[in-house]
Design a protein around this ligand. Structure first.
Ligand code: EPU
Length: 417
Protein backbone atom coordinates (compact mmCIF):
# COMPACT_ATOMS: atom_id res chain seq x y z
CA UNK A 1 0.00 0.00 0.00
CA UNK A 2 1.20 3.50 -0.81
CA UNK A 3 1.47 6.41 1.57
CA UNK A 4 2.13 10.12 1.14
CA UNK A 5 4.88 12.04 2.87
CA UNK A 6 4.53 15.80 2.98
CA UNK A 7 7.01 18.34 4.25
CA UNK A 8 4.76 21.31 4.98
CA UNK A 9 5.26 25.05 4.71
CA UNK A 10 5.86 25.56 0.98
CA UNK A 11 3.82 28.29 -0.71
CA UNK A 12 2.28 26.86 -3.88
CA UNK A 13 3.18 28.68 -7.09
CA UNK A 14 2.62 28.02 -10.79
CA UNK A 15 0.01 26.42 -13.05
CA UNK A 16 -2.13 23.35 -12.64
CA UNK A 17 -4.62 21.73 -15.02
CA UNK A 18 -7.82 20.20 -13.76
CA UNK A 19 -8.75 16.68 -14.95
CA UNK A 20 -12.13 15.53 -16.19
CA UNK A 21 -14.87 15.11 -13.63
CA UNK A 22 -15.15 11.79 -11.80
CA UNK A 23 -18.77 12.29 -10.84
CA UNK A 24 -19.74 13.22 -14.41
CA UNK A 25 -17.73 10.40 -16.04
CA UNK A 26 -19.32 7.66 -13.93
CA UNK A 27 -22.98 8.17 -15.01
CA UNK A 28 -21.91 8.98 -18.59
CA UNK A 29 -20.08 5.64 -18.80
CA UNK A 30 -23.15 3.91 -17.40
CA UNK A 31 -25.46 5.71 -19.87
CA UNK A 32 -23.63 4.06 -22.78
CA UNK A 33 -25.47 0.85 -21.81
CA UNK A 34 -28.68 2.40 -23.17
CA UNK A 35 -27.79 1.78 -26.83
CA UNK A 36 -25.66 -0.68 -28.79
CA UNK A 37 -22.65 0.88 -30.50
CA UNK A 38 -19.26 2.49 -30.02
CA UNK A 39 -18.94 5.59 -27.81
CA UNK A 40 -15.79 7.70 -27.43
CA UNK A 41 -15.62 9.53 -24.13
CA UNK A 42 -12.79 12.03 -23.76
CA UNK A 43 -11.32 14.06 -20.87
CA UNK A 44 -11.76 11.02 -18.64
CA UNK A 45 -9.66 11.13 -15.44
CA UNK A 46 -7.38 8.20 -14.63
CA UNK A 47 -8.90 7.01 -11.35
CA UNK A 48 -9.76 3.87 -9.45
CA UNK A 49 -13.53 4.61 -9.60
CA UNK A 50 -13.26 4.84 -13.39
CA UNK A 51 -11.51 1.45 -13.46
CA UNK A 52 -14.29 0.00 -11.34
CA UNK A 53 -16.92 1.39 -13.74
CA UNK A 54 -15.00 -0.14 -16.65
CA UNK A 55 -15.00 -3.50 -14.81
CA UNK A 56 -18.77 -3.22 -14.33
CA UNK A 57 -19.29 -2.51 -18.05
CA UNK A 58 -16.95 -5.35 -19.02
CA UNK A 59 -18.75 -7.75 -16.67
CA UNK A 60 -21.93 -6.96 -18.62
CA UNK A 61 -20.20 -7.78 -21.90
CA UNK A 62 -19.08 -4.35 -23.12
CA UNK A 63 -15.69 -3.96 -24.78
CA UNK A 64 -13.76 -1.07 -23.23
CA UNK A 65 -10.42 0.32 -24.39
CA UNK A 66 -8.58 3.34 -23.04
CA UNK A 67 -5.91 5.50 -24.63
CA UNK A 68 -4.74 8.56 -22.69
CA UNK A 69 -7.85 10.34 -21.47
CA UNK A 70 -10.07 8.84 -24.19
CA UNK A 71 -12.11 5.75 -23.48
CA UNK A 72 -13.85 3.78 -26.21
CA UNK A 73 -16.86 1.85 -24.98
CA UNK A 74 -18.46 -0.67 -27.32
CA UNK A 75 -21.79 -1.75 -25.87
CA UNK A 76 -22.91 -3.83 -28.87
CA UNK A 77 -22.45 -7.20 -27.20
CA UNK A 78 -23.79 -6.57 -23.72
CA UNK A 79 -25.36 -9.88 -22.75
CA UNK A 80 -25.39 -9.95 -18.95
CA UNK A 81 -27.92 -7.99 -16.91
CA UNK A 82 -26.32 -8.41 -13.53
CA UNK A 83 -24.02 -6.21 -11.42
CA UNK A 84 -22.61 -8.31 -8.60
CA UNK A 85 -22.08 -7.44 -4.94
CA UNK A 86 -18.29 -7.47 -5.41
CA UNK A 87 -18.47 -4.60 -7.89
CA UNK A 88 -21.27 -2.58 -6.30
CA UNK A 89 -19.72 -2.70 -2.82
CA UNK A 90 -16.45 -1.34 -4.27
CA UNK A 91 -18.29 1.64 -5.78
CA UNK A 92 -21.90 2.42 -5.01
CA UNK A 93 -22.44 4.42 -8.23
CA UNK A 94 -22.49 0.98 -9.93
CA UNK A 95 -26.18 0.72 -8.96
CA UNK A 96 -26.88 3.22 -11.73
CA UNK A 97 -26.63 0.37 -14.26
CA UNK A 98 -30.05 -0.84 -13.09
CA UNK A 99 -32.10 1.76 -14.99
CA UNK A 100 -30.19 1.59 -18.31
CA UNK A 101 -30.23 -2.25 -18.27
CA UNK A 102 -33.97 -2.23 -17.63
CA UNK A 103 -34.56 0.35 -20.34
CA UNK A 104 -32.58 -1.59 -22.97
CA UNK A 105 -33.27 -5.23 -22.02
CA UNK A 106 -36.36 -5.16 -19.79
CA UNK A 107 -34.52 -6.89 -16.97
CA UNK A 108 -31.71 -6.31 -14.49
CA UNK A 109 -30.28 -7.78 -11.31
CA UNK A 110 -28.12 -5.43 -9.29
CA UNK A 111 -26.69 -5.81 -5.80
CA UNK A 112 -27.87 -3.39 -3.12
CA UNK A 113 -24.89 -1.21 -2.19
CA UNK A 114 -25.23 -1.32 1.62
CA UNK A 115 -23.93 1.45 3.93
CA UNK A 116 -20.95 3.67 3.31
CA UNK A 117 -18.30 5.50 5.35
CA UNK A 118 -20.07 8.87 5.10
CA UNK A 119 -23.69 7.81 5.72
CA UNK A 120 -26.41 5.21 5.15
CA UNK A 121 -27.01 6.39 1.57
CA UNK A 122 -30.18 4.42 0.72
CA UNK A 123 -31.38 4.08 -2.89
CA UNK A 124 -35.10 4.08 -2.05
CA UNK A 125 -35.79 7.10 -4.27
CA UNK A 126 -34.07 5.44 -7.26
CA UNK A 127 -36.27 2.36 -6.82
CA UNK A 128 -39.47 4.30 -6.18
CA UNK A 129 -38.84 6.30 -9.35
CA UNK A 130 -38.19 3.19 -11.45
CA UNK A 131 -41.42 1.70 -10.10
CA UNK A 132 -43.27 4.87 -11.09
CA UNK A 133 -41.88 4.31 -14.61
CA UNK A 134 -43.49 0.85 -14.56
CA UNK A 135 -40.68 -1.44 -13.38
CA UNK A 136 -41.55 -4.41 -11.18
CA UNK A 137 -38.99 -4.57 -8.41
CA UNK A 138 -38.28 -7.31 -5.89
CA UNK A 139 -35.52 -7.23 -3.26
CA UNK A 140 -34.10 -10.70 -2.73
CA UNK A 141 -30.85 -12.06 -1.28
CA UNK A 142 -29.32 -8.57 -1.19
CA UNK A 143 -30.13 -7.93 -4.84
CA UNK A 144 -32.62 -5.72 -6.64
CA UNK A 145 -34.38 -7.80 -9.28
CA UNK A 146 -36.21 -5.61 -11.77
CA UNK A 147 -38.32 -6.32 -14.82
CA UNK A 148 -40.44 -4.31 -17.19
CA UNK A 149 -41.89 -4.23 -20.67
CA UNK A 150 -41.12 -0.79 -22.10
CA UNK A 151 -40.86 1.78 -19.28
CA UNK A 152 -43.61 4.40 -19.30
CA UNK A 153 -43.23 8.12 -18.71
CA UNK A 154 -44.42 9.43 -15.33
CA UNK A 155 -44.40 12.44 -13.06
CA UNK A 156 -41.88 11.92 -10.26
CA UNK A 157 -41.30 14.20 -7.29
CA UNK A 158 -38.13 13.57 -5.27
CA UNK A 159 -38.54 13.77 -1.47
CA UNK A 160 -34.95 14.93 -1.12
CA UNK A 161 -32.57 16.33 -3.69
CA UNK A 162 -30.60 13.32 -4.95
CA UNK A 163 -27.83 13.54 -7.55
CA UNK A 164 -27.67 9.80 -8.28
CA UNK A 165 -31.46 9.45 -8.18
CA UNK A 166 -31.95 12.27 -10.68
CA UNK A 167 -29.26 10.82 -12.98
CA UNK A 168 -30.70 7.32 -12.70
CA UNK A 169 -34.24 8.31 -13.63
CA UNK A 170 -33.12 10.64 -16.40
CA UNK A 171 -31.32 7.68 -18.02
CA UNK A 172 -34.22 5.26 -17.47
CA UNK A 173 -36.83 7.71 -18.79
CA UNK A 174 -34.87 8.67 -21.92
CA UNK A 175 -36.36 5.76 -23.89
CA UNK A 176 -39.61 5.37 -21.93
CA UNK A 177 -42.91 5.60 -23.78
CA UNK A 178 -44.27 9.12 -23.32
CA UNK A 179 -43.16 12.05 -21.23
CA UNK A 180 -41.50 12.10 -17.81
CA UNK A 181 -41.26 15.06 -15.48
CA UNK A 182 -38.72 14.94 -12.66
CA UNK A 183 -39.66 17.47 -9.98
CA UNK A 184 -37.42 18.62 -7.14
CA UNK A 185 -34.51 17.27 -9.17
CA UNK A 186 -30.92 17.82 -8.12
CA UNK A 187 -29.26 20.64 -10.10
CA UNK A 188 -25.56 19.69 -9.97
CA UNK A 189 -23.47 20.47 -13.09
CA UNK A 190 -22.74 16.73 -13.45
CA UNK A 191 -26.47 16.21 -14.10
CA UNK A 192 -26.33 18.76 -16.90
CA UNK A 193 -23.28 16.99 -18.34
CA UNK A 194 -25.12 13.66 -18.32
CA UNK A 195 -28.22 15.24 -19.91
CA UNK A 196 -25.99 16.73 -22.65
CA UNK A 197 -24.48 13.31 -23.32
CA UNK A 198 -27.91 11.66 -23.41
CA UNK A 199 -29.10 14.35 -25.83
CA UNK A 200 -26.02 13.62 -28.00
CA UNK A 201 -27.26 10.00 -27.98
CA UNK A 202 -30.61 11.22 -29.31
CA UNK A 203 -32.56 11.77 -26.09
CA UNK A 204 -34.93 14.72 -25.67
CA UNK A 205 -34.19 16.14 -22.24
CA UNK A 206 -34.84 19.72 -21.20
CA UNK A 207 -34.39 21.56 -17.94
CA UNK A 208 -31.36 19.69 -16.54
CA UNK A 209 -29.70 22.08 -14.10
CA UNK A 210 -33.10 23.30 -12.87
CA UNK A 211 -35.37 21.52 -10.41
CA UNK A 212 -37.79 20.40 -13.12
CA UNK A 213 -36.47 18.13 -15.85
CA UNK A 214 -38.71 17.22 -18.79
CA UNK A 215 -37.91 14.08 -20.72
CA UNK A 216 -39.71 13.25 -23.91
CA UNK A 217 -39.16 9.51 -24.35
CA UNK A 218 -37.67 8.45 -27.71
CA UNK A 219 -37.90 4.96 -29.18
CA UNK A 220 -34.15 4.44 -29.34
CA UNK A 221 -30.80 6.07 -28.70
CA UNK A 222 -27.48 5.59 -30.46
CA UNK A 223 -23.86 5.63 -29.29
CA UNK A 224 -22.16 9.05 -29.15
CA UNK A 225 -18.86 10.84 -28.61
CA UNK A 226 -18.55 13.25 -25.71
CA UNK A 227 -16.04 15.31 -23.74
CA UNK A 228 -16.54 15.20 -19.97
CA UNK A 229 -16.71 18.47 -17.98
CA UNK A 230 -13.80 19.45 -15.69
CA UNK A 231 -13.81 18.19 -12.09
CA UNK A 232 -15.13 21.03 -9.95
CA UNK A 233 -14.18 19.34 -6.68
CA UNK A 234 -10.58 18.78 -7.77
CA UNK A 235 -10.47 22.45 -8.84
CA UNK A 236 -11.90 23.57 -5.50
CA UNK A 237 -9.33 21.49 -3.66
CA UNK A 238 -6.49 23.29 -5.53
CA UNK A 239 -8.11 26.65 -4.72
CA UNK A 240 -7.95 25.83 -1.02
CA UNK A 241 -4.40 24.47 -1.33
CA UNK A 242 -3.29 27.83 -2.74
CA UNK A 243 -5.17 29.77 -0.07
CA UNK A 244 -3.89 27.71 2.87
CA UNK A 245 -0.26 27.89 1.86
CA UNK A 246 -0.37 31.64 1.14
CA UNK A 247 0.38 30.65 -2.46
CA UNK A 248 -0.42 32.13 -5.85
CA UNK A 249 -1.51 29.65 -8.52
CA UNK A 250 -3.26 29.56 -11.88
CA UNK A 251 -5.81 26.82 -12.45
CA UNK A 252 -6.46 25.80 -16.05
CA UNK A 253 -9.51 24.06 -17.53
CA UNK A 254 -11.75 24.70 -14.54
CA UNK A 255 -15.21 26.23 -14.69
CA UNK A 256 -15.33 28.83 -11.95
CA UNK A 257 -19.10 29.21 -12.39
CA UNK A 258 -19.52 25.68 -11.03
CA UNK A 259 -17.96 26.77 -7.74
CA UNK A 260 -19.79 30.00 -6.89
CA UNK A 261 -20.67 28.99 -3.32
CA UNK A 262 -17.04 28.12 -2.53
CA UNK A 263 -15.61 31.12 -4.41
CA UNK A 264 -17.81 33.65 -2.58
CA UNK A 265 -16.91 32.14 0.80
CA UNK A 266 -13.20 32.11 -0.02
CA UNK A 267 -13.34 35.72 -1.20
CA UNK A 268 -15.09 36.66 2.05
CA UNK A 269 -12.22 34.93 3.86
CA UNK A 270 -9.76 37.24 2.08
CA UNK A 271 -8.61 34.95 -0.72
CA UNK A 272 -8.07 36.70 -4.07
CA UNK A 273 -9.81 34.84 -6.90
CA UNK A 274 -9.84 36.20 -10.42
CA UNK A 275 -10.66 34.68 -13.77
CA UNK A 276 -9.23 35.70 -17.13
CA UNK A 277 -9.34 33.92 -20.48
CA UNK A 278 -10.57 30.76 -18.80
CA UNK A 279 -7.70 30.66 -16.32
CA UNK A 280 -8.46 31.12 -12.63
CA UNK A 281 -5.87 32.73 -10.39
CA UNK A 282 -6.02 32.09 -6.66
CA UNK A 283 -3.85 34.04 -4.24
CA UNK A 284 -3.84 33.29 -0.53
CA UNK A 285 -4.01 36.10 2.03
CA UNK A 286 -1.54 36.57 4.93
CA UNK A 287 -4.26 35.41 7.31
CA UNK A 288 -7.45 33.60 6.30
CA UNK A 289 -10.70 34.96 7.75
CA UNK A 290 -13.04 32.60 9.58
CA UNK A 291 -16.47 31.88 8.14
CA UNK A 292 -19.49 29.66 8.70
CA UNK A 293 -20.71 27.23 6.06
CA UNK A 294 -23.69 24.93 5.64
CA UNK A 295 -23.52 22.20 3.03
CA UNK A 296 -26.49 22.19 0.68
CA UNK A 297 -27.45 20.68 -2.67
CA UNK A 298 -26.11 22.68 -5.65
CA UNK A 299 -25.91 25.65 -6.02
CA UNK A 300 -25.33 25.59 -2.25
CA UNK A 301 -21.98 24.83 -0.65
CA UNK A 302 -20.93 21.31 -1.81
CA UNK A 303 -20.62 18.56 0.78
CA UNK A 304 -17.69 17.29 -1.32
CA UNK A 305 -15.74 20.45 -0.33
CA UNK A 306 -16.69 20.41 3.38
CA UNK A 307 -13.63 18.49 4.64
CA UNK A 308 -11.23 20.64 2.61
CA UNK A 309 -12.91 23.85 3.79
CA UNK A 310 -12.66 22.63 7.37
CA UNK A 311 -8.91 22.09 6.92
CA UNK A 312 -8.67 25.74 5.82
CA UNK A 313 -10.71 26.96 8.80
CA UNK A 314 -8.27 25.14 11.11
CA UNK A 315 -5.73 27.89 10.38
CA UNK A 316 -8.21 30.77 10.04
CA UNK A 317 -8.32 33.85 12.22
CA UNK A 318 -11.12 33.09 14.68
CA UNK A 319 -13.89 30.52 14.96
CA UNK A 320 -16.13 29.05 12.28
CA UNK A 321 -19.16 26.80 12.37
CA UNK A 322 -19.49 24.09 9.73
CA UNK A 323 -22.84 22.30 9.30
CA UNK A 324 -23.05 19.12 7.26
CA UNK A 325 -26.60 18.73 5.96
CA UNK A 326 -26.23 16.12 3.20
CA UNK A 327 -24.59 13.10 4.84
CA UNK A 328 -25.00 12.06 8.47
CA UNK A 329 -21.46 10.84 9.08
CA UNK A 330 -19.17 13.13 7.11
CA UNK A 331 -16.90 14.31 9.93
CA UNK A 332 -14.46 11.38 9.96
CA UNK A 333 -11.64 13.77 9.09
CA UNK A 334 -12.13 15.67 12.36
CA UNK A 335 -10.20 13.27 14.59
CA UNK A 336 -7.39 13.14 12.01
CA UNK A 337 -7.26 16.96 11.70
CA UNK A 338 -7.03 17.09 15.50
CA UNK A 339 -3.79 15.12 15.20
CA UNK A 340 -2.33 18.20 13.45
CA UNK A 341 -3.28 20.27 16.51
CA UNK A 342 -6.58 21.56 15.09
CA UNK A 343 -9.15 22.79 17.60
CA UNK A 344 -12.48 21.26 16.51
CA UNK A 345 -15.56 20.26 18.51
CA UNK A 346 -18.41 18.32 16.96
CA UNK A 347 -22.01 18.36 18.15
CA UNK A 348 -24.36 16.37 15.93
CA UNK A 349 -24.09 17.67 12.39
CA UNK A 350 -22.16 20.80 13.37
CA UNK A 351 -18.45 21.29 13.87
CA UNK A 352 -16.99 24.35 15.54
CA UNK A 353 -13.46 25.07 14.42
CA UNK A 354 -11.25 27.52 16.28
CA UNK A 355 -8.36 28.58 14.12
CA UNK A 356 -4.88 27.89 15.50
CA UNK A 357 -1.66 29.76 14.63
CA UNK A 358 0.05 26.71 13.14
CA UNK A 359 -0.77 23.09 12.44
CA UNK A 360 2.01 20.62 13.13
CA UNK A 361 2.71 17.72 10.79
CA UNK A 362 1.58 14.30 12.04
CA UNK A 363 1.05 10.70 10.98
CA UNK A 364 -2.61 10.42 9.91
CA UNK A 365 -4.92 8.02 8.17
CA UNK A 366 -7.25 8.70 5.24
CA UNK A 367 -10.85 7.60 5.93
CA UNK A 368 -12.72 8.54 2.77
CA UNK A 369 -12.06 10.37 -0.46
CA UNK A 370 -12.61 14.01 0.48
CA UNK A 371 -11.31 13.43 4.02
CA UNK A 372 -8.02 12.33 2.41
CA UNK A 373 -7.86 15.60 0.50
CA UNK A 374 -8.36 17.59 3.72
CA UNK A 375 -5.39 15.77 5.27
CA UNK A 376 -3.16 16.65 2.33
CA UNK A 377 -4.21 20.29 2.66
CA UNK A 378 -3.47 20.29 6.38
CA UNK A 379 -0.11 18.63 5.69
CA UNK A 380 0.81 21.27 3.08
CA UNK A 381 0.10 24.09 5.54
CA UNK A 382 1.58 22.40 8.63
CA UNK A 383 5.04 22.76 10.08
CA UNK A 384 7.10 19.59 9.74
CA UNK A 385 6.40 16.16 8.29
CA UNK A 386 3.02 14.54 7.64
CA UNK A 387 2.58 10.93 6.71
CA UNK A 388 -0.81 9.91 5.26
CA UNK A 389 -1.65 6.22 5.10
CA UNK A 390 -4.58 4.41 3.42
CA UNK A 391 -4.42 6.74 0.45
CA UNK A 392 -6.27 4.26 -1.74
CA UNK A 393 -9.30 6.41 -0.88
CA UNK A 394 -7.57 9.33 -2.56
CA UNK A 395 -6.84 7.33 -5.71
CA UNK A 396 -10.58 6.85 -6.20
CA UNK A 397 -11.09 10.50 -7.01
CA UNK A 398 -7.95 12.63 -7.50
CA UNK A 399 -5.84 12.06 -10.58
CA UNK A 400 -2.11 12.21 -9.79
CA UNK A 401 -2.70 14.78 -7.06
CA UNK A 402 0.77 14.43 -5.56
CA UNK A 403 2.37 15.03 -8.98
CA UNK A 404 0.21 18.09 -9.61
CA UNK A 405 0.99 19.50 -6.15
CA UNK A 406 4.72 18.75 -6.52
CA UNK A 407 4.69 20.66 -9.82
CA UNK A 408 3.29 23.62 -7.85
CA UNK A 409 6.29 23.42 -5.51
CA UNK A 410 4.85 21.26 -2.72
CA UNK A 411 7.23 18.88 -1.00
CA UNK A 412 5.10 15.74 -1.37
CA UNK A 413 6.11 12.19 -2.18
CA UNK A 414 4.28 8.90 -2.71
CA UNK A 415 6.13 5.94 -1.25
CA UNK A 416 5.38 2.23 -0.93
CA UNK A 417 4.63 1.17 2.64
N1 EPU B 1 -30.78 9.78 -0.49
C1 EPU B 1 -31.87 9.09 -0.03
N2 EPU B 1 -32.47 8.19 -0.88
C2 EPU B 1 -32.03 7.97 -2.13
C3 EPU B 1 -30.91 8.69 -2.61
C4 EPU B 1 -30.31 9.59 -1.75
O1 EPU B 1 -32.29 9.26 1.12
O2 EPU B 1 -32.63 7.14 -2.84
C5 EPU B 1 -30.11 10.75 0.41
C6 EPU B 1 -28.66 10.34 0.73
O3 EPU B 1 -28.59 9.40 1.77
C7 EPU B 1 -28.04 11.67 1.07
C8 EPU B 1 -28.78 12.65 0.15
O4 EPU B 1 -29.96 11.98 -0.27
O5 EPU B 1 -28.29 11.99 2.40
C9 EPU B 1 -28.01 13.09 -1.08
O6 EPU B 1 -27.47 11.95 -1.73
P1 EPU B 1 -27.26 11.90 -3.33
O7 EPU B 1 -28.14 10.85 -3.88
O8 EPU B 1 -27.38 13.27 -3.86
O9 EPU B 1 -25.75 11.43 -3.41
P2 EPU B 1 -25.11 10.41 -4.44
O10 EPU B 1 -25.72 10.54 -5.76
O11 EPU B 1 -25.05 9.05 -3.82
C10 EPU B 1 -23.29 12.05 -5.35
C11 EPU B 1 -21.80 12.06 -5.47
C12 EPU B 1 -21.19 12.26 -4.08
C13 EPU B 1 -21.70 13.58 -3.52
C14 EPU B 1 -23.23 13.57 -3.48
C15 EPU B 1 -23.84 14.87 -3.02
C16 EPU B 1 -21.36 10.64 -7.36
C17 EPU B 1 -20.82 9.36 -7.89
N3 EPU B 1 -21.34 10.81 -6.04
O12 EPU B 1 -23.62 10.95 -4.50
O13 EPU B 1 -19.78 12.35 -4.29
O14 EPU B 1 -21.21 13.77 -2.22
O15 EPU B 1 -23.74 13.28 -4.80
O16 EPU B 1 -23.41 15.93 -3.80
O17 EPU B 1 -21.76 11.51 -8.12
C18 EPU B 1 -17.51 12.18 -3.71
O18 EPU B 1 -17.22 12.41 -4.89
O19 EPU B 1 -16.67 12.20 -2.78
C19 EPU B 1 -18.91 11.87 -3.34
C20 EPU B 1 -19.23 11.22 -2.24
Amino acid sequence: MDKLIIEGGKKLKGDVTVSGSKNASLPIFVATILAPGINQISNVPFLRDINTTIKVLESLGADVKGKGDVVRIDTTNISSHEATYDLVKTMRASVLVLGPLLARFGKARVSLPGGCAIGARPINLHLKGLQALGAEIVLEHGYVEARCKRLKGARINFDVSTVGGTEHLMMAAATAKGDTVLENSAREPEIVDLANFLNFMGAKIEGAGTDTINIHGVSELSAANYEVMPDRIEAGTFMIAAAMTGGDIKIRRMKLEHLDALTFKMQDAGVEITSRDGVVRVKGPKKIGSLNIKTRPYPGFPTDMQAQFMAMMCVADGASVISENIFENRFMHVSELQRFGADITVAGSTATVKGVKKLSGAPVMATDLRASASLILAGLAAEGTTEITRIYHLDRGYEAIEKKLAALGANILRVKE
